[in-house]
Design a protein around this ligand. Structure first.
Ligand code: AMP
Length: 281
């Protein structure tokens, strides 16, 4: 496994692999890898001849006052996990490499970015789409693998791929969870001992919503009211959003159907956690 930090070196490696007609699979991340990331790498290994992992804490997707500076970073530990997962190249560019002086081009997906995380984090998806487009151009993967943990991100990337005719197959893999149900996230390290059990309120809300639906409750307003009441009982919790949306349009629904996804973003203390899941099997 090699670690590449410059764009031009990465491009040279890609040219040599493409010359040999080998297919590249690609997993973009911000690093501080956990088993959720590893599940994406495992799939990547199966899907391509060569596997590239990018580790880049992308400044353009963080807003003012968000955790860009504090975001956990550990390239040494990540390298070990990546090597075990069969990664061929870690692409870990500096911000200067990706956004040199004079940088001026951004990719903006409209519509589905106006809701959920897009509404609470203005400019977030513009940063995500810009960096993912750049990474796709540099790495030229046949397949790119994302997690359903970031449900809206996946939908936005699919939209971008379609709209810009990018020749990349996008795969979305299920959420990987801790044994007690908490969705794995690099940000979970921010949680204190007191907050950690309270963070379970996200996955428990999902389970409760599915239970209500299975028992015949289809009224979105009633389900959301119950979930919000329960979440607000956790002293450290502050709701950003709790919504039930159509899986493709991400528009709010009035009644639950087979396309319904519950999406939550909740601060536990200062840590913003997200989770989601379908409400009908
Ligand atoms: P991040 O490093 O948080 O930007 O995530 C990089 C990729 O890993 C994204 O496609 C995420 O959706 C995915 N991912 C993050 N957490 C999980 C998880 N718990 N299970 C599956 N995929 C995940």
């Amino acid at each position: 496994m090699i670690i590449i930090k410059s764009v031009s070196e990465m491009q040279q490696w890609v040219a040599s692999v493409r010359g040999a007609a080998e297919a590249i699979s690609f997993v973009p991340t911000m690093g501080f890898l956990h088993q959720g990331h590893v599940s994406l790498l495992d799939e990547g290994r199966r899907r391509g001849d060569k596997l590239v992992l990018s580790i880049f804490v992308n400044p353009t997707q963080f807003g003012q006052g968000e955790d860009f500076e504090d975001y956990p970073r550990d390239l040494q530990q990540d390298s070990q996990l990546a090597e075990q997962a069969g990664v061929d190249v870690i692409f870990a560019p500096t911000a200067k490499q990706m956004y040199p002086n004079g940088y001026a081009t951004y990719v903006d997906v409209e519509g589905i970015t106006n809701t959920l995380c897009g509404a609470s984090r203005p400019g977030h998806f513009r940063g995500v789409c810009t960096v993912v487009s750049k990474l796709f151009n540099i790495i030229q993967p046949q397949v790119a693998i994302f997690g359903q943990k970031d449900f809206q991100q996946l939908a936005v990337i699919q939209r971008m791929i379609q709209d810009l005719n990018l020749p990349v197959e996008i795969l979305g893999l299920p959420i990987y969870r801790e044994s007690d149900g908490l969705a794995m996230s690099s940000r979970n390290v921010y949680l204190t001992e007191v907050q950690r059990p309270q963070a379970l309120v996200l996955s428990q809300s999902l389970a409760r919503a599915r239970e209500l639906v299975a028992a015949g409750q289809k009224d979105v307003a009633a389900i959301i009211l119950e979930l919000k009441t329960k979440i607000n009982q956790q002293p450290a919790a502050r709701i950003d959003y709790v919504q039930i949306c159509h899986q493709l349009t991400l528009k709010d629904q009035l009644d639950v159907d087979n396309d319904s996804v519950l999406l939550l973003a909740v601060y536990i203390g200062k840590t913003r956690l997200i989770d989601n899941g379908f409400l009908v099997d």
